[in-house]
Design a protein around this ligand. Structure first.
Ligand code: UDX
Length: 506
């Protein structure tokens, strides 16, 4: 063990240089310096495994690149473990918000974790790679991978971040990919880094499965930890860090002020880079498939007097199928499902593999907002001049995110059809402004939005929409595009109720 290692020693080949022992040697070496100092000053000795792990944790420095949902949550959780973490983002507004101890977006519990990281000097937000990369032994990539016009992911931010990382790396790095990238990207990044830098580089694909709105609780109690890579030691280090988050969930939940469910410890899956890359998009594609399948059955239910929720309750009770993600409605939106489904189709195409099943799911999903609008037209006779209130603009409840939001699509389609649209969302007004067509009015409360309407459309599953006083409206029809409400409650308030593939319950 080196007596005074200042940082990981460089060597030409990461796997042969044994990353784990070098990181651990570094940690223990510096820990021993501390032990000696401590012994001199107060006679204390850091001897237990827990204490040594604590010291090692304080000596690992991580840089998380990208301060979106995944990056900010990851960085905040690492700081809750006591790991010094730089959060680097080129967007100064996000950096300033983080420096103020707040997440750059609304996500329940995250502000508390960010504030903890800032107050304890564990979290260092910055826009500078020069400041953040030279100290790090682990760099986590969590930059955006938006959709290209042809449906493939745009990897420009992944590669520009990689260049900045390579320019500023002063020694070996474990590079952890949390951005969703197509299968094959990891190999391309390894080759690119070798062109950019002569420093050892170990690539680990560690896909993220957190959902927006429940990012913190999902991350502290995940179902699984997936790590793909060529170097066993690097995978071990990354698995250990993410396991640590779960084993210390009570402490972290306390800081976040969030409940825990005491779920079983996550299962860790150790695999190749390609398998890990494909695991991420496959999980999202399968969930999207379930939703589109439920919506196909809902359309048939609409034509046959069946009730899709009754069908799915019974079908989903089969353990092989499961009830989750079989809720019919206006279709899926958000930053992940639409993009990941199209990304999988594009990966398949690039490899000459047919993926018609996902093309069908994606097309069905794209058609759901107009299906809702067509059904409204059937009910109202015509849409022109009708006053329609849209409740819900976020792509789902618990978030202010409006990316690919079906609620916004429905609002715009109605506006284009000549309706007078008023809209309300508990969180997403600022975010929705840029995507809403001109003329759509944003109201300060749900009650105001529905007051003078002819029809109401529920387009996001916000639980508070169940508590609105639906007797205080001129509307004669409520179209529940999320199948959220109790139909008998709506009928009791004097409105007609329509859902997606749903029958009235009286
Ligand atoms: C998803 C995955 O769930 C998560 O694991 C991954 O890491 C990122 O993508 P997210 O996009 O945050 O998470 O939202 P999710 O809760 O999965 O919902 C996606 C969309 O599907 C929402 O628009 C939601 O309203 C819709 N949905 C969900 C349905 O229409 N029906 C359902 O049964 C479930």
């Amino acid at each position: 063990m080196p007596s005074q290692p200042s940082r990981l020693s460089a060597s030409s080949d990461f796997s042969s240089s044994n990353a784990r022992s070098r990181i651990e040697d570094t940690a223990k070496g510096v820990a021993q310096d501390k032990i000696v100092t401590g012994a001199k000053s107060n006679g204390g000795v850091i001897s237990s495994a827990d204490e040594q792990a604590g010291v090692a944790r304080r000596l690992v420095v991580v840089t998380v690149v990208g301060s979106g949902y995944v990056g900010t949550t990851t960085a905040a959780l690492l700081t809750a473990l006591g790991i010094k973490t730089y959060a680097v983002d080129i967007d100064e507004a996000k950096v300033d918000k983080l420096k103020d101890g707040k997440a750059p977006f609304y996500e329940v519990g995250l502000d508390n974790l960010v504030a903890y990281g800032i107050d304890n000097n564990y979290l260092v937000p910055t826009s500078s790679y020069e400041e953040s990369i030279p100290h790090a032994s682990i760099v986590i990539s969590a930059v955006g991978t938006p959709e290209n016009a042809d449906g493939s992911p745009d990897l420009r931010y992944v590669y520009s971040a990689l260049e900045s990382i390579a320019q500023n790396a002063t020694g070996p790095l474990i590079y952890v990919q949390k951005s969703t990238v197509p299968v094959g990207t990891g190999r391309a990044i390894i080759a690119k880094y070798a062109e950019l830098s002569d420093k050892p580089f170990s690539y680990v694909s560690a896909p993220e499965f957190l959902r927006e709105g429940t990012a913190v609780v999902d991350s502290i109690e995940p179902d699984r930890i997936v790590v793909g890579g060529d170097d066993a030691d690097s995978k071990h280090i990354i698995t250990t860090i993410f396991r640590d988050i779960s084993s210390r969930r009570a402490e972290i939940a306390d800081i976040a002020d969030q409940p825990i469910q005491n779920l079983p410890e996550p299962i860790a899956f150790n695999m190749s880079i390609e398998s890990a890359e494909l695991t991420k998009v496959t999980a999202n594609a399968f969930l999207a498939l379930k939703i589109s399948f439920a919506n196909s059955i809902a359309k048939l239910a609409d034509s046959t007097n069946a009730d899709v929720a009754e069908v799915m309750d019974a079908v989903g009770s089969d353990k092989r199928i499961g009830r989750a993600f079989l809720n019919a409605g206006r279709g899926y939106g958000g930053g992940c499902f639409p993009k990941d489904v199209k990304g999988l189709i594009s990966s398949a195409k690039a490899n000459n593999v047919a993926m018609d099943i996902m093309t069908a799911a994606s097309n069905l999903n794209d058609s759901m907002p107009s299906y809702i609008v067509d059904r409204l037209k059937d009910e109202l006779g015509e849409l022109e001049t009708k006053k329609i209130a849209i409740l819900g603009l976020a792509f789902k409840a618990g978030t202010s995110d409006v990316r690919k939001s079906p609620g916004i699509k429905i609002a715009n389609l109605l506006q284009q059809a000549g309706s007078k649209v008023s809209a309300y969302d508990p969180q997403a007004h600022n975010e929705a402004l840029a995507d809403l067509d001109e003329g759509i009015a944003l109201l300060d409360s749900a009650q105001l939005a529905i007051k003078n309407a002819d029809a109401i459309v529920v387009a996001t599953e916000w639980p508070e929409f169940k508590d609105i006083d639906y007797s205080q409206t001129t509307a004669k029809l409520l179209f529940d595009a999320m199948n959220l409400l109790d139909s008998s409650m709506i009928v009791r308030n004097g409105l007609e109720y329509r859902g997606v593939g749903r029958r009235l319950k009286l």
